[in-house]
Design a binder for this molecule. Sequence first.
Ligand code: PLP
Length: 386
Amino acid sequence: MKSLAAGPRDTAHSGIREVVNVALTMPDAIRLEVGQPNFDTPAHIVEATVQAAREGATKYTATAGILSLRKLLVEKLASVNKIKADPTQINVTIGGVGGLAATLLAVLEEGDEVLVPDPAWPNYRLELSYSPAKMVSYPLHAAREFAPDAVELEQYITPRTKLLIINSPCNPTGAVFPRKVVEEIVGLCQKHDLYLLSDECYDEIVFEGEHVSPASFWEDERVISVFTFSKTYAMTGFRVGYTVTNHALADVINKILEANMSCATSFAQKGAEAALTGPREPVLKMVEAYRRRRDIVDGMLRETGMWASKPHGAFYAMADVSRSGMDSRTFAFKLLEEARVAVAPGTAFGETARDLVRISLASADEDLSEGIRRMHQFIEQAAANA
Ligand code: PLP
């Protein structure tokens, strides 16, 4: 048989999934590895979705998404993100991941370079595995609370660089980039004529400071902002996200969606409308729970010498496991095998995080306390035996 496409064929599966698959065979394992809210989708959203399906919202919608949803998104973008847009600049996608994939297809060509953060959510690498463009990683450091350093970042820009990817609030680091950093990044993109893909899927999960959308102050309209309902509203299975960008690029993204997805699920889009128009309390309660867990985890990591950086948003914390003497992948599998705690190895997110593991704050308080206690004990034993 002729060979399969080399890019995706030769790209490894997500390093988080590897751990998930083993953890699934251990019913007694404490699960701190998955980035999925442990809350139910708010009842009013589920009800509205079911009702919409009953009332006939079971057909194709416009490729860009139901107009009434896009009109609500115009309001949300203006009030939450300070982004001015009209409905034709918005494409509703199959999760944020669908928006990211369509954007990469719309922008990148053979010979282009794309700058991807390290550490980063593994899907960028997976999606780029079938892109003709070359992926170039730029490092993020715990010492800078994992915010990019514009001077360092500029060293990775070449005449071929076309797109820069940023992610704030960040998975896996919990970083929320300060306004000054976002301004510097925007300045770099203007100076070097780059598109900026801003993954803002955790935009409403912020503990301190503010989330700054680069598109809020960039008149040049070269930002592609990607959002989702998955995280803010615990709607991961609904698969509804959206992109907003300039009209020309929005139209190209639209053609890609037309060819590959037709539209996001009709009744899930109606659920998304209910999320935007319904009560805020469920969202505020979830964010409060993530903040409480962040405080528990941050305190325990500091006490046990595993602290790497304080998360200010999203729902993840990084822990330094270098004292174990193992790289984080080996560490994660041994920890799971011997102490029955599942964490995501830093190696799943890039090279820079080799000594770190990601802990998901989307897990119950008691699981976080007990999991970190076991992790500490495991590290001390490993260090003593070294
Ligand atoms: N971006 C980041 C950084 C994420 O962590 C995720 C999900 O984990 C997504 C985008 C996409 O989420 P979804 O496709 O569920 O909207």
